[in-house]
Write a protein that binds this ligand. Structure first.
Ligand SMILES: [Zn+2]
Length: 96
């Protein structure tokens, strides 16, 4: 069995460093208390994304994830498949 290497490094956040220093309006509560934080995030299935950079609202607790954060979450979830195996065996060519 061989797993294809994952190029997670190619996924970059669309947010610039400057944008991450600003405070945004929370889409949930409307307060301007949504800001970038880097902290451990407990996912819905109980797994922990350590030091995940994401937008968090200090007013209502809403969390927002950009594509880079989502990619990390997908990677964390993918490490421990609990349901049926969904690994695709592609082109298992055997050389004689
Ligand atoms: Zn909020």
């Amino acid at each position: 069995m061989s797993l294809s290497p994952q190029s997670t490094a190619s996924i970059e956040s669309p947010w610039s460093a400057d944008e991450k220093t600003l405070v945004y309006e929370c889409p949930t509560c409307g307060e301007e208390t949504l800001r970038w934080v880097t902290e451990d995030v407990t996912l819905q299935d109980g797994k922990i994304a350590a030091l995940l950079e994401h937008l968090a609202c200090s007013s209502c607790g809403e969390k927002c994830f950009d594509v880079a954060a989502m990619k990390r979450i997908e990677g964390i979830r993918g490490k421990q498949p609990r349901r049926r195996s969904t690994i695709h065996v592609t082109a298992s060519v055997k050389h004689a």
